[in-house]
Design a protein. Structure first.
Length: 145
C-alpha cells in the first residue's frame, strides 16, 4: 500500500512539474506594469514621440501611424510585448533610431498600454526580452475608435 502511494505521489509530482514548464503566456491586461512607470513613460513620450504620433496618440502626421484606436487593434493586439518593445527600441524615434535606452523604451511601452485601457499593477515591467516574449497583448479592454 505504501509503495502504491509513493508511486502515485511521484506521478503527481511529474505532472505538476511538466505543467509548470509549459507556462501559458500572460495577457497584457494582467497588471504587467506600474502606474509610476507609465507616468515616466508619458513624460518620455511627450518629449520624444508626441511630435509625430500625437500627444493623445492620434497622429496628425500623414506618415506616422496612430498608437491607439483602430490602428492599435490591428497592429498591437495579438503581438508580444517583446515585438512591440523591439519596434520602439530599435526603430524609433524614426529620425534617430535607437536613441532611447531599454528602460525609457519599456516605460513608453507601459504608457501606450495604459493609454489604451490596460490596467496597472504593483510591479514594473522589465525590459527583459525573456519576460516580454511571454506577454501577449489581448483584446483592448477599453473600446477604441
Ligand atoms: C519623426 C517622427 C517620429 C517620431 C519622433 C517617432 N515616430 Fe514612431 N513612427 C514614425 C513613422 C513615420 C512610423 C511608420 C513607419 C515606420 O514604421 O518606420 C512610425 C511607426 C511607429 C510604430 C509602429 C506603429 C504601428 O502601427 O505598428 C511605433 C510603435 C512607434 N512608431 C512608436 C514610437 C515611439 C514610442 C516614439 C518615441 C520614442 C516614436 N515612435 C517617435 C514616426 C515617428
Amino acid at each position: 500500500m505504501k509503495r502504491i502511494m509513493a508511486v502515485g505521489l511521484c506521478v503527481v509530482w511529474a505532472i505538476s512539474t511538466a505543467l509548470a514548464q509549459t507556462a501559458q503566456p500572460r495577457p497584457a491586461s494582467d497588471h504587467v506594469f506600474s502606474e509610476a512607470q507609465a507616468k515616466r513613460g508619458e513624460d518620455a513620450y511627450s518629449a520624444s514621440c508626441g511630435s509625430c504620433h500625437g500627444d493623445d496618440l492620434v497622429s496628425h502626421d500623414a506618415e506616422a501611424p496612430s498608437l491607439t484606436g483602430a490602428r492599435f487593434k490591428s497592429q498591437w493586439t495579438g503581438k508580444t510585448l517583446a515585438e512591440r518593445f523591439s519596434v520602439i527600441r530599435k526603430t524609433m524615434p524614426s529620425t534617430n533610431p535607437g536613441a532611447l535606452d531599454d528602460q525609457t523604451s519599456v516605460d513608453i511601452l507601459a504608457y501606450i498600454l495604459k493609454f489604451n485601457g490596460f490596467p496597472s499593477g504593483d510591479q514594473n515591467l522589465a525590459s527583459d526580452s525573456g519576460v516580454l516574449e511571454k506577454i501577449v497583448i489581448d483584446a483592448v479592454p477599453k473600446a477604441g475608435g
